[in-house]
Design a binder for this molecule. Structure first.
Ligand code: ROI
Length: 161
């Protein structure tokens, strides 16, 4: 079975319940003893669209689904929870992004793994580090160094003594 990590995000229609329900649905794809989920984090929306704050988390589990079958399963959970085809960068009831699938690198029209945005997004890196602090990406980069860079990028040096 493959070890996979999925990012969860929601900012509409009671985001915490959206994440709770998504976790229940994800659990049904996995052996129960392989499933873990990070704490839920409130985060300011990334992007220029004015919208409510998000609640973000990351779940990790083992699955025997292929990457594309897993993507289909994630999209069907999003749809079951009322996700509409919204604006790009707009608010959403539930977003499930496949971040990592074992140490595979996938670059196909429907699926890019590792997920393209995960390296810079603290709302993905921080929850991932809750459940996989020592994680090393397929290209050998340590999660801890990405996290350090992402958090540093949020601050600007005003003066060096
Ligand atoms: N911003 C935050 N903070 N969290 C998200 O999950 C998220 N998802 C998105 C965009 C619109 C990029 N902004 C986000 O899809």
């Amino acid at each position: 079975m493959a070890q996979v990590y999925v990012a969860l995000g929601a900012n509409l229609a009671d985001p915490i319940s959206q994440l709770d329900n998504a976790c229940k649905a994800l659990l049904s794809l996995a052996p129960a003893d392989s499933f873990s989920v990070s704490r839920y984090y409130r985060s300011a929306p990334m992007g220029d669209v004015e919208q409510p704050d998000y609640v973000n988390a990351v779940a990790g589990f083992k699955t025997s689904l292929s990457p594309i079958d897993l993507l289909d399963a994630l999209q069907s959970i999003e749809n079951q929870q009322g996700r509409l085809r919204e604006l790009r960068w707009g608010p959403r009831t539930l977003d499930l992004d496949l971040l990592l699938y074992d140490d595979q690198c996938i670059d196909s029209p429907r699926l890019v793994v590792p997920h393209y945005g995960m390296r810079e997004r603290s709302f993905v890196l921080v929850p991932l580090s809750d459940i996989a602090a020592d994680f090393i990406l397929p290209d050998g980069t340590a999660l801890s160094s990405l996290l350090n860079d992402a958090l540093r990028a949020e601050l600007v040096i005003a003066q060096t003594p």
